[in-house]
Structure formats: C-alpha cells, structure tokens
Design a protein around this ligand. Structure first.
Ligand SMILES: NC(=O)C1=CN([C@@H]2O[C@H](COP(=O)(O)OP(=O)(O)OC[C@H]3O[C@@H](n4cnc5c(N)ncnc54)[C@H](OP(=O)(O)O)[C@@H]3O)[C@@H](O)[C@H]2O)C=CC1
Ligand SMILES: O=C(O)C1=N[C@H](C(=O)O)C[C@H](O)C1
Length: 265
C-alpha cells in the first residue's frame, strides 16, 4: 500500500513517516506540509535523520493524493476539511487524527465518506481505545451516583482543549449512561459555579512541558472512587495505530469508521 503523509514536517507527521517506512507491505508515497513551510523541498529522509529517500517535502496535496492509495492526516481542522474533499474527489482512503474539529467540519468528513473510506479517531493507540470501551461499560454499571470527571494533560504546544481523546472518553461515558454528551458536559469551571449538578460530565485540562498525552476518567461516589488511566510514553503508538487503520481501510467499504471499528472493540 502506498501511503502519503500530509503535515509531514509536524510532530506526528515525522512519526507517521517512520511508521510507514517500518510497516511491512507499505511504501511511503511522499509528504506535504503547509504552503510556505520552511521545510519545503527538504528530502524526507533528511527530515527524519535517515538516509535520503529521494522524496521531498511537497506543497501540492492533490498530486500526493493522486500518487497514494491512502493518506494519513494529522494536521489542523481547516487543512483536514480540504483533504477530505480531495479524498472524496479522487476516491482515496483517508485516515484522520486531527482533533479540534467542529460539528460542521465533522459533517464534511461524513459527506466525503459517502464516496470513500475514512477512519477518523481522536486517538489511534490501542490502549486508549480499550479505555473508551471500559469507560462506556463502567458508566453503564456505576450509574449517576458516581460523578464523572475527565482529566487530561498534554505538552505546552497543544492548541486545542479539552483534548480530542478527553471528549471521546466523555462521549463513551455519556453513551454508557444513555445521554448526549453535549447535554451534560462542563468543559471548564471558574468562579462561583454552584454545586455540581447530578449527571454532569466534567473536564479538566492541564498543559505543560513535553507530556505526550495522559488521560484519567474518574467515577467519584460518596464512599469510593474508580479511576481509569492511560499514559502515552511515545507518539510512535499513535503513528503505528494510524498505519494499522490505513491497512484495515484497504479492505473496507466506503464509509466513516473509528479506531474502535478497526480494533473490533
Ligand atoms: N488521533 C491521534 O492519535 C492523535 C492526534 N493528534 C492531533 O494531530 C494534530 C497534529 O498534532 P501535532 O503533530 O502535534 O501538531 P504539529 O503542529 O506538530 O503538526 C501539524 C503539521 O501540519 C501542518 N499543516 C498545517 N496546515 C497544513 C496544510 N494546509 N497542509 C499541510 N500541512 C499542514 C503544520 O504546519 P505548520 O506548523 O507550518 O502550521 C504542521 O507541520 C493535532 O490536531 C493533534 O491533536 C496528535 C497526536 C495523536
Ligand atoms: O496534540 C496531541 O499531542 C495529542 N492529541 C490528541 C488529542 O487531542 O486527544 C491525542 C493525543 O493525546 C496527543
């Protein structure tokens, strides 16, 4: 499978190229980054500290899509929306890890998925997707005598909050309780908030240093507290998961899928 990486000069872009180069049966089709990027024209191997690959950082996304069987996109919401349109137009598999998408952005992905196969997930690690399944089950079993709070911490350069994973865990908890997350969420608190409403799902966001990604879901009752935690030690775990998703998508019908579909969770 020929896999192209958009946003190839980013933190995840570099990890993704390494993961493609190391995956059996996969070939790196090329990489693009934001128009005007200072990395334009650099050899992709040099960008990774490897031997030259004879492929350079491009700026023509359409040409990369045309040369690839699948594209992996961990960029920014506006770029992802444009890439979804290209995937639909050219009938290419798209794996999206970008977080911070609005409901309208997600509607564009759903529309594009009528014409091609898209896997969209806020987190491609196996461990976090298991945590989502466990969270849904715990929320269903424990019920709303247990207050749900989701705490996440990420590196100082992260631009969206709460993290896509925290919101995904919130959605899993809400599903377990049979409610819609946006009816019960509290994404931040400040000042005289009043007592905590029963059934609320709260979020707390920490930012600092080089933290790759920590998430804890707490179920707090009067007499006990259950905590489910995941800590990512390297971005390689997300990159390996995204390549696994691209390979899985090679034999899937057009549609919008999640990493839980890929893993059968
Ligand atoms: N689903 C998952 O498992 C994971 C998701 N993520 C998400 O992935 C995204 C990227 O994270 P990260 O790699 O840390 O961020 P970076 O900012 O390091 O990388 C994003 C890259 O995309 C580039 N870019 C922006 N616009 C375009 C465009 N139009 N065309 C091509 N490239 C573009 C950026 O360029 P420039 O810097 O010049 O703007 C940058 O090189 C975030 O939304 C993050 O939350 C991260 C880790 C795991
Ligand atoms: O920006 C990051 O770094 C990460 N973003 C994803 C998110 O928003 O959940 C996944 C991971 O935790 C790292």
């Amino acid at each position: 499978m020929k896999i192209g990486i958009v946003g190839c000069a980013g933190r995840m872009g570099r990890m993704l190229m390494n993961a493609v180069l190391e995956a059996p049966g996969c070939q790196l089709a090329g990489g693009t980054d934001r128009p005007g990027t200072p990395t334009a024209g650099q050899d992709l191997g040099a960008l990774l500290g490897r031997a030259a690959l004879g492929l350079t950082v491009g700026q023509d996304a359409k040409a990369l899509f045309a040369a690839s069987d699948a594209i992996i996109d961990f960029t920014a919401p506006a770029a992802t929306v444009a890439h979804a349109a290209l995937a639909a137009e050219l009938g290419k598999i798209l794996v999206v890890g970008t977080t911070g998408l609005t409901k309208d952005d997600e509607a564009v992905l759903a529309q594009a998925a009528a014409r091609t196969t898209i896997v969209y997930a806020p987190n491609f690690s196996v461990g976090v997707n298991l945590l989502m399944a466990l969270t849904e089950r715990a929320a269903a079993i424990l019920g709303d005598d247990y207050d749900i709070e989701i705490v996440e911490m990420h590196h100082r350069r992260k631009v969206d909050a709460p993290s896509g994973t925290a919101l995904g865990l919130g959605r899993s908890a809400a599903k377990g309780r049979g409610v819609a997350l946006d009816q019960v969420w509290c994404k931040s608190r400040d000042g005289h908030t009043g007592a905590r409403p029963k059934g609320e799902i709260g979020f707390a966001t920490l930012r600092g240093g080089d933290v790759v990604g920590d998430h804890t879901v707490m179920f707090a009752a009067e007499e006990e507290r259950v905590e489910l935690t995941h800590k990512a030690a390297s971005r390689a775990v997300f990159a390996k998961g995204a390549v696994r998703a691209a390979r899985w998508a090679g034999s899937a019908k057009p549609g919008l899928y999640s990493m839980r579909d890929v893993l059968g969770l």
